[in-house]
Design a protein around this ligand. Structure first.
Ligand code: BGC
Length: 754
């Protein structure tokens, strides 16, 4: 079975090269596509390669700056003239039909494709993607993406600029909220799951959307976590950390790919032939269209990489950018560049073929009005099944970080509660980034969710206490009075919903000072405090927030946030979320991820022994809450690890352990498998996640949990930048988080017999 993996034997450390790339193959365009291209003028070709923000059915509150504005009248005329191939971020079937009719009036009747940034819901908002990664369950993400695509396609959309699959190891970077966190393995599982969910089984079905994994590649590694900042990482890190989710998304059939704004080792992604040709086409064998990010071809000028607009177009298209988003530069400059011989027509035709093939895969040539049925729009948007799926996803995204003396779950009767903080009764802060069509009035806040659950007799006082960044007159006094009168305080604090996402990097990832003052005053009452955090990243917690009896990570959970949080607080459901990003001790540790390699002077086991060890004067090299951490309402013990002492390099390794529920309540253990290669040609992560199992156990019950590691799980990018397996000793843990000792064993991977 693994015979084909033994294609390269690189000698040295007896490494075995493995090919993990999907065999997507190169498809020739259909005869319909080829015939169309043969009839197209260069202006029409440039039009098919141009994508513009939808002004025919615009929505408010899009993040993007206004660049190259077009009125609806101009846009409709341009579509009729065959100078626009797709429009994006519009909403509604009626406007979509108008636009599509205009396209069908054009000379070659090529239908438009309608795209949008549908990351975690369209009108019904699901948890932000980072939150949903906390479920450690790609099947959940797939089911959510399916529901999201059903709703979004019902409002006239064919194509999503999602999933965002950048692996983000710096919590200052705001776009960590859009992805699946810091771990390449989890991010890859989620990337593939979300692609499958968006695209369904057949892209021709009206309820599917073509997926566009983004941002190719390395964008999340921006220096200092600064948005749009330069990325300077090794080729090996690019391949080991940032590319695997793309490989997974392509293997799952992703139809297109969107490129990064950032430069990679000095070459902007938009101009990067190494990324867009050597890696994307030649190695990964991806055949769908590439899309520049918004105006990113023009941005080559600001990068200092292109002299002027025409130069930018020449560089971008020759580097492998097929579709130009928003700048209008392809339309303006391609005809002259081709006429002058600066861009070969064959390159233009290749890009156009990819765009038309995508439209063909979506079934648009046979049914240009697909996804444009007003009855479906009325029936599907906001449908109860979609709301229910959003609530399930929200519940499963919640992570219980701390629960001293089992303060949670709270009793539903007999206690008085004070809900304090700016997020307690607010509907504008629930949806988070990229939720432009989700209306605040359709989301259920925390106070409402709790009242619905506890009933009209609920003893619940709701006091904001402070704003997100500002003190409120008398706010702290009112909060302290409510806390004194209560048995338990629920303290809803954190970052604003738009403090993460694009353009929202932070230099200090803390709860803002006004809310910290509130938290300190409330804590001084001595009442038990449950902190309910709103956040789009791992935060550095301190003071009264870190010291609270219980802390719950609630991210931005979307339309059903309030009911989902209430379900967890009052024990209707147990929290099963686990952290997809580490919460640091301090901002100054960033970037920090659980899987960094060991230093030459790693920490020692005892706190007293840390002098001269890797770390900082004022913080150890640990997280406050590490990747994979999360509590439930039960407790679990692991024992009896079994694994073979040695294994042939091309065989699977079966690893198992016993997990016991030692609590008096039922619960679900999220059992994680980590590996570490002891000696290798490149320093290896201290631990790497390679498996997750959810095991539901009644009180006192035990079960055997078994993982199957295959040779590809052991492969890594070696000193020669090639993916390989290096025979040798592997440490393996089955544990309950990345920092949990769990149960450990070792196995030796044997070199091939010569
Ligand atoms: C973002 C992309 C997004 C595009 C279109 C850009 O600013 O970086 O992620 O798809 O805008 O809205």
């Amino acid at each position: 079975m693994h015979g084909n993996r033994r294609d390269v034997l690189t000698g040295g450390a007896a490494a075995i090269g493995v090919s993990l790339l999907p065999a997507v193959g190169r498809a020739a365009p259909s005869s319909r596509v080829a015939a169309l291209i043969a009839q197209m003028t260069i202006e029409e070709k440039a039009g098919q390669l141009s994508c513009y923000s939808d002004t025919i059915r615009p929505v408010d509150a899009i993040f993007n700056p206004v660049v190259n504005p077009q009125s609806a009248t101009v846009q409709l005329a341009e579509i009729r003239a065959g100078r626009i191939g797709m429009i994006f971020n519009g909403l509604g079937v009626a406007g979509g039909r108008r636009a599509q009719h205009s396209a069908l009036d054009s000379r070659l009747r090529i239908p438009l494709a309608f795209a949008a940034d549908i990351l975690h819901g369209h009108t019904t908002i699901f948890p932000i993607p980072l939150a949903e990664a906390s479920a450690f369950d790609p099947a959940l993400a797939e089911a959510s993406a399916r529901m999201i695509a059903r709703e979004a396609s019902a409002t006239g959309l064919h194509w999503t600029f999602a999933p965002m699959i950048d692996v983000a190891r710096d919590q200052r970077w705001g776009r960590v909220a859009e992805g699946a966190g810091e771990d390449p393995y989890l991010a890859s599982l989620y990337a593939a799951a979300r692609v499958r969910g968006f695209q369904g089984t057949d892209l021709r079905h009206a309820d599917t959307m073509a997926a566009t994994p983004k941002h190719f590649a390395g964008y999340a590694a921006a220096a200092g976590g600064m948005e749009y900042g330069e990325v300077d990482i090794s080729e090996a890190t690019l391949r080991e950390v940032h590319l695997p989710p793309f490989a997974a998304a392509f293997a799952a059939g992703a139809a297109s790919v969107l490129t990064a704004f950032s430069s990679l080792s000095g070459v902007p992604a938009t101009a990067n032939r190494h990324l867009l040709i050597d890696i994307l086409r030649d190695e990964m064998r991806f055949t769908g269209p590439t899309v520049t990010d918004y105006d990113a071809d023009r941005e080559l000028i600001a990068h200092g990489y292109a002299r002027d607009e025409a130069d930018a177009v020449r560089i971008a298209i020759l580097a492998g950018e097929d579709i130009s988003m928003q700048s209008g530069l392809y339309t303006r400059h391609l005809p002259a560049l081709v006429a002058a011989g600066a861009v070969p027509m064959a390159r233009v035709d290749e890009a156009v073929a990819r765009v038309l093939t995508l439209k063909e895969r979506l079934g648009l040539f046979d049914d240009p009005m697909r996804s444009l049925d007003p009855r479906t729009e009325r029936r599907v948007v906001g449908a109860p099944a979609i709301r229910a799926a959003a609530r399930t996803a929200a519940r499963r995204s919640i992570v219980l970080l701390k629960n001293d003396d089992d303060l949670l779950p709270l009793p539903r009767t007999g206690k008085r509660y004070a809900l304090i903080g700016p997020f307690g009764a607010d509907r504008t802060q629930l949806n988070g980034t990229w939720a432009f069509a989700g209306r605040a009035k359709d989301s259920i806040d925390l106070a409402t969710g709790i009242r619905r659950l506890l009933g009209p007799a609920a003893q619940l006082d709701v006091v904001p206490g402070s704003g997100i960044t500002e003190d409120l007159p008398g706010g702290i006094d009112a909060a302290v009075a409510a806390a004194r009168a209560a048995d338990v305080v629920l303290l809803a604090v954190g970052e604003g919903a738009f403090w993460s996402g694009e353009g929202n990097s932070r230099v200090d990832i803390v709860v803002p000072p006004a809310q910290m003052r509130l938290a300190e005053a409330v804590a001084a009452t001595g009442k038990p405090v449950v902190v309910l955090l709103s956040h789009g990243r791992g935060l550095a917690l301190s003071g009264a927030v870190a010291g609270a009896r219980a802390i719950v990570a609630t991210w931005f959970l979307g339309s059903e946030a309030g009911p989902a949080i209430a379900d967890i607080l009052f024990g209707i459901d147990e929290p099963t979320g686990r952290l997809p990003v580490s919460f640091p001790l301090s901002t100054g540790q960033q970037p920090w991820s659980y899987d960094r390699p060991s230093a030459g002077r790693p920490l020692l086991p005892l706190p007293a022994e840390q002098d001269g060890r890797a770390g900082w004067r004022d913080a150890r090299d640990v997280a406050l809450y590490p990747f994979g951490h999360g509590l439930g309402y039960a407790r679990f013990a692991l024992s009896a690890l079994q694994l073979p002492p040695q294994v042939a390099w091309d065989r699977d390794i079966t690893v198992s352990a016993t997990v016991a529920n030692t609590a008096a309540v039922a619960g679900t253990a999220v059992v994680q498998l980590y590996i570490h290669q002891v000696v290798a040609s490149r320093t290896r992560p201290r631990r790497l996640l390679k498996g997750v199992r959810h095991v539901a156990l009644s009180p006192g019950e035990t079960a055997r949990v078994t993982f199957q590691l295959n040779p590809a799980d052991l492969a890594f990018v070696g000193a020669d930048n090639r993916r390989r397996i290096e025979p040798g000793e592997i440490r393996i843990w089955i544990a309950l988080s990345s920092a949990d000792l769990g149960v450990e064993g070792r196995t030796t991977v044997l070199a091939p017999e010569t």
